[in-house]
Design a protein around this ligand. Structure first.
Ligand code: FAD
Length: 505
């Protein structure tokens, strides 16, 4: 007889979201839950999603996945940040790096010392004070102190092959008891009294029942959106891009340890270097450019040889009004989508499943409270990420280009207006709740996008002016020296994964 208190998870969909959820639930709930995942080989996955942020370490460490094995299996490379080219205006570039910029003194934040140094004419580029930026400029990378290397701390994430990641997590989950069912979901059966989902009906008269359903069916949002009718909150007015063209190429001559984001007349292009190829894509707003024009622009701006035709993916930016309704939680594209500008989608899957585990109620009586908290926290997290993305677009000086003129006129959410005003006055920043991007990220993008504070905090006046120049130069100089001592990124990946050969190594 089955135990009524035992949770029976049914995950619908086997893309990155489905398998991240399955692996995490299997790892942390073990035998306390049964987990079934339904996926359809015929429908397939979205097949993109190659850049991550450092929070992915929490997933890998939580699952106990070895880094070298991960690099080998997903053809991954290392990512120190994102270089934004032509975003402020043509000819300008900056790097939003992971990790910290500079070093504060006592209670005085570094940026305040930099602002005062800038006013005194003794400060360099803001990026000079980030070790990650210094290493990225040299295409160098290392971690750990093995093999006689005394390696400074770099904050990093990965570029990876999303399909290989899903396969790796599928093997992990199936090894830990997750039941995989292949088949197309043709209907969702609901309890006639509670309205909860009772079962998924699959083609061939099959039925998969459960107590908690995780909708990972991608843009279709079959369970939360279609079956439960949870409306979509459309953010196209805030983030107007609605189409992406994805296209792999052979590797370019330079194996960069960072993502490139090149601004174009109606959007932007990504270049993501993997071990075996480069992922490329052009995200744009279809009101300002046709698919044909966007394809042409992409093809003219890739570095390697195309390995496939540009593949269009249409999307609407936004999210389901509730992420958890009845007994169904949506993750990944089924929950919503924000364009990949800061590589946040895989992280939002991770944080969604982590939040579900944190709030998972033991008995049904507590479910309404858990659900409300889950929805409130998820909404806040998504809105803060949204604000950060908008910042890149709104603060541009590409005057006279219709798409960019349109972006400068976007009516901003009050939360973002406040952030920009605080920063513009004196480089100040306040983190709200547990928002994802921290002071250093906001600071680099604000400054990179031309929002240069008009003053600085009185805290920085409490340092003798003549000390500021030498202090700044010592930090920048140390970064340059440390970066130059690091191995080449390609050589380091080859050594770790044992999978790179030829020119790149
Ligand atoms: P999908 O991959 O679409 O998977 C859906 C699953 O549901 C599939 O297994 C499918 O078979 C199944 N399914 C659907 N309908 C049925 C049915 N009727 N019956 C049975 N099964 C069904 N994220 C990042 O973190 N970094 C990035 O750099 C990044 N770049 C992106 C670029 C673009 C252009 C886009 C669109 C997204 C990007 N993302 C990125 C987001 C990332 O791709 C997704 O978050 C991630 O792939 C998760 O997708 P998913 O699993 O939710 O959906």
């Amino acid at each position: 007889m089955s135990d009524p208190s035992r949770l029976e998870f049914v995950i619908a969909g086997g893309g990155t979201a489905g398998w991240v959820a399955a692996a995490t639930l299997a790892r942390f709930l073990g035998d306390c839950a049964s987990i079934t995942l339904v996926e359809s080989d015929e429908i397939g996955t979205v097949g993109v999603g190659e850049a991550t942020i450092p929070q992915i370490h929490n997933l890998l460490m939580g699952l106990g996945i070895d880094q070298a094995e991960f690099l080998q299996r997903t053809n991954a490379s290392f990512k120190l940040g994102i270089e934004f080219v032509d975003w402020l205006r043509r000819g300008e570039r900056y790097i939003h790096s992971f990790g910290s910029v500079g070093r504060g003194v006592g209670l005085i934040p570094f940026r305040q010392l930099w602002l005062r140094g800038r006013a005194l004419g003794v400060a360099g580029d803001y990026g000079d004070y980030s070790l990650n930026v210094a290493a990225a400029r040299e295409n160098r990378f290392a971690i750990g102190s093995g093999r006689g290397l005394a390696v400074p701390d770099l904050a990093y994430a990965y570029h990876l092959d999303a399909t290989l990641l899903a396969q790796m997590l599928r093997d992990y989950a199936v090894d830990r008891g997750v039941r995989r069912v292949e088949g197309r979901i043709v209907a969702v059966e609901r309890d006639s009294v509670t309205g909860d989902i009772a079962a998924l009906k699959l083609e061939g008269e099959r039925r998969v029942s459960g107590s908690l359903f995780v909708d990972c069916t991608g843009f279709r949002s079959l369970l939360l959106g279609e079956a439960l009718g949870v409306p979509f909150v459309d953010w196209s007015n805030l983030l107007p891009c609605d189409t992406a063209l994805a296209m792999p190429t052979s590797s370019g001559a330079t194996f960069r340890p960072y993502t490139q984001s090149l601004a174009h007349p109606a959007g932007w292009q990504w270049r993501i270097p993997l071990q075996h190829r480069t992922g490329n894509g052009h995200v744009f707003c279809s009101s300002f450019m046709s698919v044909d024009q966007a394809s042409e622009l992409l093809l003219a701006n890739v570095e390697g040889q195309p390995l496939a035709d540009p593949r269009p993916i249409h999307f609407t930016t936004g999210h389901r009004r509730e992420y958890w309704s009845h007994n169904c939680v949506a993750l990944g594209l089924a929950a919503g989508f924000m364009e990949p500008l800061e590589s946040t989608s895989i992280h939002l899957i991770q944080s969604g499943i982590g939040r579900l585990l944190n709030l998972l109620p033991r008995d049904q009586g507590a479910i309404a409270t858990a659900r409300a908290a889950f929805n409130r926290l998820s909404t806040t997290e998504w809105e803060r990420v949204r604000d950060f993305l908008i910042l890149h677009y709104v603060a541009n000086e590409r005057v006279g280009e219709p798409f960019w003129d349109h972006c400068r006129a976007i009516k901003l959410p009050p939360t973002l207006i406040e952030k920009i005003e605080l920063f513009r006055q004196a480089g100040l920043f306040m983190r709200e709740e547990d928002e994802l991007f921290l002071d250093d990220s906001w600071g680099q993008v604000m400054i990179g996008q031309g929002i240069i504070p008009q003053g600085w905090s009185p805290l920085a006046d409490n340092v003798p002016g003549e000390d500021i120049g030498p202090f700044l130069e010592s930090l920048a100089g140390a970064n340059r020296i440390k970066a130059q001592a690091l191995p080449d990124h390609g050589a380091f990946v080859a050594r770790m994964a044992g999978a790179l050969g030829g020119e790149q190594a």
